[in-house]
Design a protein around this ligand. Structure first.
Ligand SMILES: [Zn+2]
Length: 407
């Protein structure tokens, strides 16, 4: 049986030990020691990483009280009886101890604030979350739970463990039903919280520093509350301050005025976009008049064709509307972009051709798509270099239809 130093002293992160068993395989070594500070994982808390006998501990396992360290690369010449030195990755372990202990505190606080029951906990390198047996948690309940949990931190309540059998466990007011094991490890935050847990915790609640409920989401009908705990909360506070300072510099205002300044900028941007549209429409009207005065007359109609580059949809629409505002006109307007072209074809000829039927082949030839009915169609073409040919083809088909009277 490996002596579990991580339980007797969770703050001990470097140690000397004696090899009990060593098996090398494919560049890795499975090491069993007489004692270890490496936590093998469990209770949602991942296994420790670190350095052991000069190699990296990359995985761990526990079976029949023996804790196996998978070390890579395999240290040379290790046999039972050899002395080894190990060092757990301290920042990562301390972080997870804070996360785990903080989760106990907040789960109990939610129970006290609103009788909420935790159904599962989730720990990863950048997120700690608890899932509750309700669809959502009222924000006031979260604030009250924060008060309760952070009070337990300020009171620096000690964290103690009780190794007991199931019968003895029943004398503790456990927050959650314990697993069906012969020996239970009850983790108590002094007179505040009791739960069966195999994780590693800070020695007293003060080690957690701070708990903040950051946000919640609904998953499979359960509220999942994401928590910022300990040094992660401090790091997040640092990021928030940096963000606020950058915004106050960019917006030249104090922090409380940031939302108002952003709203002003967004309103200004919307107004500028509307003004640009008005100007594009006005320009389109001027261009349309010029195009009409120089336009070709044929088959009793005036043919106006316009190919522009990146003029925008508002321009195109206004151009066509202006040209076809007077009767007897045919208008083909195209806006070319890098990816293809936008087009509108319309006419203002009384009893003129039905465009969708007339232009079906022209669209296919130019690999253009679009729709419409009667005297107006619009759409887009996939190939920018087909735009000018498309315009000529459309004009020719409309002119032929007018000439032949095949309306
Ligand atoms: Zn725990």
């Amino acid at each position: 049986v490996t002596e579990k130093l991580y339980y007797t002293d969770p703050l001990l992160l470097e140690f000397d030990a004696t090899v009990v068993d060593a098996a090398a395989d494919a560049g890795r070594c499975r090491l069993v020691l007489d004692r270890t500070c490496f936590y093998p994982g469990g209770g949602g808390q991942p296994a420790d990483t670190g350095v052991l006998a000069g190699g990296r501990v990359v995985a761990m396992a526990e079976a029949d009280g023996r804790i196996v360290h998978v070390v890579e690369p395999a240290p040379a010449g290790l046999a039972p009886g050899a002395a080894v030195h190990g060092a757990v990755d301290a920042a990562r372990r301390l972080d997870y101890m804070e996360q785990h202990t903080g989760e106990h505190l907040f789960a109990q606080a939610l129970k006290r604030a609103a009788g909420l029951q935790t159904v599962s906990v989730h720990f990863s390198d950048d997120d700690t979350a608890i899932e509750l047996a309700v669809e959502s948690v009222d924000e006031r309940v979260l604030r009250e739970a924060e008060e309760i949990a952070n009070a337990a931190i300020r009171e620096n309540r000690s964290v103690v463990t009780h190794e007991v059998g199931p019968a003895e466990a029943s004398r503790f007011p456990l927050r959650r039903a314990p697993p069906d094991d012969e020996r239970l490890r009850i983790v108590e935050v002094d007179s505040f919280d009791w739960v069966a847990c195999c994780g590693v915790h800070v020695p007293s609640a003060g080690g957690v520093s701070l708990i903040k409920a950051a946000w919640q989401e609904k998953m499979r009908g359960h509220a999942r509350v994401h928590l910022l705990i300990g040094r992660r909360a401090l790091a997040d506070y640092g990021r928030k301050i940096a963000l606020s300072q950058e915004l106050t510099r960019m917006l030249t205002c104090g922090e409380p005025d940031i939302p108002r300044r952003v709203r002003e900028l967004l309103d200004g941007q919307k107004e500028a976009a509307r003004e640009l549209q008005r100007m594009q429409a006005a320009q389109a009207a001027v261009d349309a008049e010029a195009a009409v005065s120089g336009a070709r007359a044929a088959a009793g109609a005036v043919f106006v064709s316009q190919v522009r580059h990146d003029a925008g949809p508002e321009y195109l629409k206004a151009f066509v509307e202006r040209v076809t505002a007077a009767p007897g006109r045919v208008c083909v307007a195209i806006d070319q972009g890098a990816e293809g072209f936008q087009w509108i074809v319309a006419h203002s000829i009384d009893g003129g051709p039905d465009l969708p039927g007339l232009l079906r082949d022209a669209l296919a030839a130019a690999e253009a798509k679009g729709g419409g009915r009667g005297a107006r169609m619009q759409g887009m073409g996939g190939r920018a270099d087909a735009a000018a040919g498309f315009a000529r083809d459309v004009e020719a088909r409309i002119e032929r239809a007018l000439t032949e009277g095949t309306l």
